[in-house]
Design a protein around this ligand. Structure first.
Ligand code: C2E
Ligand code: CA
Ligand code: CA
Ligand code: CA
Length: 278
């Protein structure tokens, strides 16, 4: 009936309004965070399966808003990419990560930090120079920084991305291919880009002990990495069974809630660098 049609219309319009409102609110919080030190870095340790020692960490950004609430990256990174704010976010995250490496090094600890890089950053011509400048300003060794790029970022602009990645690699930072197995990557890319590390996506790890296909995929990725001389990191390890399975396959490094959740930088420092946390 006519009235039902009207209700349906106002229902959608209301949803749309809420979505617009939500985006405006997040963009506002994002701009505030960028301008007033509201971007905070959490660090999730990477473990060595054999030694059970921590082998660096991944830097994961969050917003802390004026009320102290934490907003996760899934809620603002897509918007940051759309609006171009990702460039400034990326600079701040890299700067904070490099300063953290410098601070650890003053304490006599070599920590390697992996920083996520968005497709848009990778596609910008000055990116490698920017990275170089930030690393130099912090006075750290470039090999203390790993950049995590996704398969889809590589596909975005093949030639351009290849130039930038080669420049980065020449700087001495290492390059990890994130979320491996989820994109369209043909294996030939692995040879065409200067990749040092493959990160097995969480989706394969999650049901590798229940689903034979996932287990086979993980096995194949580990074998591939070994034959290409690449390091391998498994993400999303949530159980002892994931841990054992990956270790048995010869996977070297892993991260996940089973070992440790991402920690606030100060907490990470106290626990792993200073050794003062309980
Ligand atoms: P990602 O790079 O794949 O990062 C791994 C995500 O998995 C993180 O979520 C991490 O907290 C989460 N995680 C770690 N261990 C486990 C586990 O055992 N189980 C489960 N279910 N999840 C686990 P987070 O921090 O919410 O980040 C989400 C995504 O946001 C990241 O996915 C990355 O794509 C993006 N991101 C985070 N920080 C940055 C950044 O500084 N720059 C850019 N461009 N993107 C970022
Ligand atoms: Ca990552
Ligand atoms: Ca990942
Ligand atoms: Ca992932």
């Amino acid at each position: 009936s006519k009235s039902k049609g009207k209700d349906t219309f106002s229902f959608f319009s209301n949803e749309l309004q809420q979505e617009i409102h939500r985006r405006i609110e997040i963009e506002l919080k994002l701009r505030q965070a960028i301008e007033s030190q509201g971007l905070v870095i959490f660090l999730q340790p990477k473990y060595d399966f054999d030694s059970k020692q921590i082998h660096g960490a991944e830097s994961l950004v969050r917003i802390r808003d004026q009320h102290g609430n934490i907003i996760g990256p899934d809620d603002f990174i897509p918007l940051a990419e759309e609006t171009g704010l990702i460039h400034e976010i990326g600079r701040q995250v890299l700067r904070k990560s490099c300063e953290f490496v410098a601070r650890c090094s003053r304490e006599g600890e070599d920590v390697k930090i992996a920083v996520n890089v968005a497709a848009k950053q990778l596609a910008s011509l000055g990116f490698a120079n920017e990275v170089k400048e930030i690393i130099n300003n912090a006075g750290i060794n470039p090999s203390s920084i790993e950049l995590e790029v996704t398969e889809s970022a590589l596909m975005n602009d093949f030639e351009q991305t290849k130039i930038v990645l080669n420049e980065l690699s020449a700087l001495g930072v290492t390059i990890a291919l994130d979320d491996f197995g989820t994109g369209y990557s043909s294996l030939s890319y692995l040879k065409q880009f200067p990749i040092d590390v493959l990160k097995i996506d969480r989706s394969f790890v999650i049901d590798m002990d229940k689903n034979i296909q996932s287990h086979d995929i993980v096995t194949a990725i580990v074998n591939l990495a070994q034959s290409l001389g690449l390091k391998i990191v498994a993400e999303g390890i949530e159980t002892q069974s994931h841990f054992n399975g990956l270790k048995a396959l010869g996977c070297q490094l892993g991260q996940g809630y089973f070992m440790c959740r991402p920690l606030e930088m100060e907490h990470f420092f106290a626990k792993y660098v200073d050794g003062t946390a309980v």
